[in-house]
Design a protein around this ligand. Structure first.
Ligand code: PEP
Ligand code: MN
Length: 278
């Protein structure tokens, strides 16, 4: 088998030779183990009512980790920017009620300590993959980091960014393929499913896939979630909203709770077929 190669200067994010995926404990579950870990919830935390409804729905369908954005990196300054700390408090209530861990994005180095106090996983978004000051800051945090691939980043650049976090001492990095910019315009991004086996061959870091941002289209989330799982992803990040038509962000790609429930049911035989559990 020909060997995939990246710069030999990347040491901590790349494993030489045979390696097992690192297991990263989050609450009662492990990312990178035999279980497919599903993180689900709305793009943005909009209100206590909306977040609790979403959290209950994804928990009932079998999700392991609750997501919701309190600080939102929006394309335009006129769009909803998130509830900030109020959103973090709402997320804590969702954790309290569901007893599931939570993941949320941190946008700037100044907010890392605050966000770390509330969340179980710190999410670094696609637009911030190369925000080196932010990477160094979360590299000193005591919580696992989910590092999304930059929308125009090569896999080598992405691993270089993981290296920044690892080099500061935080050895718990989960990678997330969320789609890249290509010439295609029908989809919002092109989900690079091949990044999953590439990372599996190069690195011990767990990798999950985000078919919501990876396609931008609700009807494509289900098939691309399945493709990612069969390609070997350790988990999925899926946007689910109680009323996607009324969502303040990413409604077009958010699943209705019943669609998420169906997806979880349809994933079960695929997960078993590749020797994992749901
Ligand atoms: C998100 O998860 O809502 C998000 C903003 O994702 P990305 O950074 O991949 O665009
Ligand atoms: Mn989103």
């Amino acid at each position: 088998m020909s060997k995939l190669a990246v710069s030999q200067k990347i040491k901590l994010a790349v494993s030489n030779g045979e390696h097992k995926t690192q297991r990263i404990k989050v609450g009662g579950v492990e990312v990178g183990g035999d279980q497919l870990i599903v993180m689900a919830g709305p793009c943005s935390v909009e209100s206590l009512e909306q977040m609790l409804e979403a959290a209950r729905a994804v928990k009932d369908a079998g999700a392991h980790i609750i997501r919701g954005g309190a600080y939102k990196p929006r394309t335009l300054p006129y769009s909803f920017q998130g509830l900030g700390e109020e959103g973090l408090k709402i997320l804590s209530e969702a954790r309290e009620e569901t007893k599931l861990p939570i993941i949320t994005e941190v946008l700037s180095p100044e907010d890392v300590e605050l966000v770390e106090n509330y969340t179980d996983i710190l999410q670094i978004g696609s637009r911030n993959m190369q925000n080196y000051n932010l990477l160094k800051k979360v590299g000193k945090a005591n919580k696992p980091v989910l590092l999304k691939r930059g929308m125009s980043a090569t896999i080598e650049e992405w691993l270089g960014c993981a290296e920044y976090i690892l080099n500061e001492g935080n050895r718990e990095v989960i990678l997330c393929e969320r789609g890249i910019r290509t010439y295609e315009t029908i989809t919002r991004n092109t989900l690079d499913v091949s990044a999953v086996p590439v990372i599996k061959q190069l690195s011990h870091l767990p990798i999950i896939a985000d078919p919501s941002h990876g396609t931008g289209v609700r009807s494509l989330v289900n098939p691309m979630a399945k493709a990612s799982v069969v390609a070997g992803a350790d988990g999925l990040l899926i946007e689910v909203h109680p009323e996607p038509e009324k969502a303040l962000s990413d409604g077009d790609q958010s699943l209705h709770p019943n669609e998420f429930n169906n997806l979880m049911k349809e994933l079960t035989p695929l997960v078993r077929a590749i020797g994992k559990q749901m």
